[in-house]
Write a protein that binds this ligand. Structure first.
Ligand code: SAM
Length: 266
């Protein structure tokens, strides 16, 4: 299976014009080949690919392209696009995980697994009992790092739309900015009365699946009562994930996995 490489958008769609006349592209590949951006070029070099080797490129717009390496320089890697593939490996429900960040670099794992399982976005949050607090440049550096983790996960799992990592916010500020509820909003709470299944009727039935699902989960110390009430005031419904207390990184991924597997009917 050819290596899959994310390329910052747009993926030189102008070159696709040459594919309108494949004969022309075949006879004058130089007019259709182009240099990969540095990140993707480094990836090709690490894989020690050679001219003639195939790669799969995607730029986040949803499609992917088979391409061929045409030249390998010290840092420059040139490729030619061969064929466009319309693929859809996304969930029907657009799931966003609003996660009060756990400490100890556990966010890397949440981002990676959330991308593999099909979440469209992750909103890193800070709450009253947050251990991890990020502001200013440090917050943006972390967000950029997590976006890189999401892109690597998309390259590995076959998604063509990498999960988007939003800028870090406080829970209060984020709740205040939320627009009117569109779709389901679930507040993960170990003391909630209702199980998840009560919130989503026949999860395998596409006609009843919500178009968007927003999942809010707390930090190691949980959300305060006032924070849970503030979330309820913004349309969140509390759901319980069983009798055990799950870790701050386990709980949101368990919900995403439930939605993803129910969609596939697995
Ligand atoms: N002592 C904290 C409490 O009781 O809320 C435990 C927090 S738990 C380590 C981290 C987060 O995971 C919680 O804030 C909640 O969002 C979610 N969570 C953990 N177990 C859960 C369960 N059984 N049902 C629903 N949510 C759960």
């Amino acid at each position: 299976m050819p290596a899959r490489l994310f390329v910052e958008p747009p993926l030189r769609l102008a070159d696709l014009a040459d594919l309108a006349d494949p004969a022309a592209a075949a006879t004058s590949p130089s007019s259709a080949d182009f240099s990969l951006p540095p990140g993707a070029a480094r990836h090709v070099q690490v894989l020690r690919l050679q001219p003639g080797d195939a790669v799969t490129l995607f730029d986040g717009s949803g499609d992917e392209w088979t391409a061929e390496v045409t030249a390998m320089g010290r840092s420059d890697v040139r490729v030619v696009l061969r064929e466009r593939h319309v693929v859809d490996r996304e969930l029907r429900s657009a799931v966003t995980l609003a996660v009060v960040m756990p400490a100890n670099d556990r966010m890397d794992g949440i981002v990676e697994k959330a991308c593999e399982l099909g979440a469209v976005a992750i909103q890193p949050l800070m709450s009253e009992r947050s251990v991890l607090r990020l502001t200013g440049d440090r917050a943006e550096k972390k967000r950029a790092h997590w976006q890189g983790v999401a892109i690597a996960a998309a390259e590995q799992c076959g998604r063509t739309r990498p999960l988007q990592v939003a800028p870090v916010k406080t829970l209060a500020a984020w709740l205040a900015e939320l627009n009117a509820a569109d779709g389901a909003r679930w507040l993960l709470s170990p003391v909630a009365a209702q199980p998840l299944s009560a919130r989503m009727r026949s999860p395998t039935d596409p006609s009843t699946a919500p178009s968007a699902i927003l999942v809010l989960s707390g930090p190691e110390g949980g959300l305060s009562e006032a924070e849970e009430n503030a979330a309820r005031a913004r349309g969140f419904e509390a759901v319980k994930l069983g009798p055990r207390i799950l870790r701050a990184d386990t709980a949101p991924l368990a919900v995403l996995g439930w939605v993803a597997l129910n969609e596939t009917g697995a």
